[in-house]
Design a protein around this ligand. Structure first.
Ligand code: NAD
Length: 264
């Protein structure tokens, strides 16, 4: 079955460069026929996003810093003015101070706890409410999470707590917005080589470990995550809501590393 997103339009939040998960998702949605708008954080990233979106014929670009209400007000007002309604929103946004994605979790500062949870979790609640107001005929909301929410991953620290909160928020949002025909899901890819991914100490080793031990012996590609996003945003995913969908080559089912790869 070929999934078509023809006639559907939505906002993609979180493209920083061509390696961003949001960009992989945008490409897949575009290939399936969707019309896309993009948001960016700050002038520096605007210069990165502009040529990418131009390459797929998109012309709606809004600034959106998720810590700034005025910026989100303006972004969603522009979207409402240009399109009136939307069918989907992709939230691929997270942040934590790099210095705390190292060392012990118990040394997490109050300030970085608040920042990490604000940017990486609260922002999804905030943009979901704003997007839902533009979805009179229902729609699909997607966020990105990571298995460090459920199991301890070295140095993922406060981001693990933020992702646990995000996954829980996904379920509460799904319950609130379901009666409006809006589905809310999280995609959980394994480790990927992006700017945010590289901020976690030992990222390269984590990547290699997951690749070696995942049943499929590979980490997710941007295209694989994009394909899952297309399914969740399309009518093919019409009865899936409140889920965390793993796109990690099956890594999350593994209980211990492969014995043949361990020192004798
Ligand atoms: P990325 O660095 O390409 O994207 C992160 C994005 O978050 C950037 O575009 C950045 O501008 C945005 N952002 C941060 N603070 C913001 C703010 N205040 N306002 C608006 N935008 C802000 O990295 P990525 O890996 O593509 O990350 C996308 C999502 O995928 C994140 O939620 C991340 O946690 C998640 N994820 C990543 C991996 C991985 O290994 N890379 C694995 C699983 C889940």
């Amino acid at each position: 079955m070929t999934i078509s997103m023809s006639g559907k339009r939505g906002l993609v939040m979180g493209v920083a460069n061509e390696r961003s998960i949001a960009w992989g998702i945008a490409q897949a949605l575009h290939e399936a026929g969707a019309e896309l708008a993009f948001s960016y954080q700050g002038e520096q990233l605007k210069r990165r996003v502009e040529p990418l979106m131009a390459g797929i014929g998109s012309d709606i670009l809004v600034e959106a810093d998720v810590t700034d209400d005025a910026s989100l007000d303006a972004a969603f007002a522009t979207l409402a003015e240009r399109w009136g309604t939307i069918d989907f929103l992709v939230h691929a946004i997270a942040f934590s101070d790099k210095s705390e994605l190292a060392g012990r979790f118990c040394d997490t500062s109050r300030a970085n706890f608040q920042t990490s949870l604000n940017v990486s979790c609260y922002s999804f609640i905030d943009v979901s409410r704003r997007a839902a107001a533009l979805m009179p005929d229902g729609g699909s909301l997607i966020t990105l999470t990571y298995q460090g929410s459920q199991k301890v991953i070295p140095f993922y620290n406060v981001m693990g707590v933020a992702k646990a909160a995000l996954e829980s928020a996904t379920r509460y949002l799904a319950n609130d917005l379901g009666p409006q025909g809006i589905r809310v899901n999280a995609i959980s890819p394994g480790p990927m080589k992006t700017l945010a991914g590289a901020a976690v100490t030992g990222a390269r080793r984590t990547f290699k470990h997951a690749e070696t031990n995942a049943p499929l012996r590979a980490n997710a590609t941007l295209a694989a995550v994009g394909g899952t996003a297309v399914w969740l945003c399309s009518d093919a995913g019409a009865f899936t809501s409140g889920e965390v969908v793993h796109v990690d080559g099956g890594y999350h089912i593994i209980g211990m590393p492969r014995p043949d790869m361990m020192p004798p």
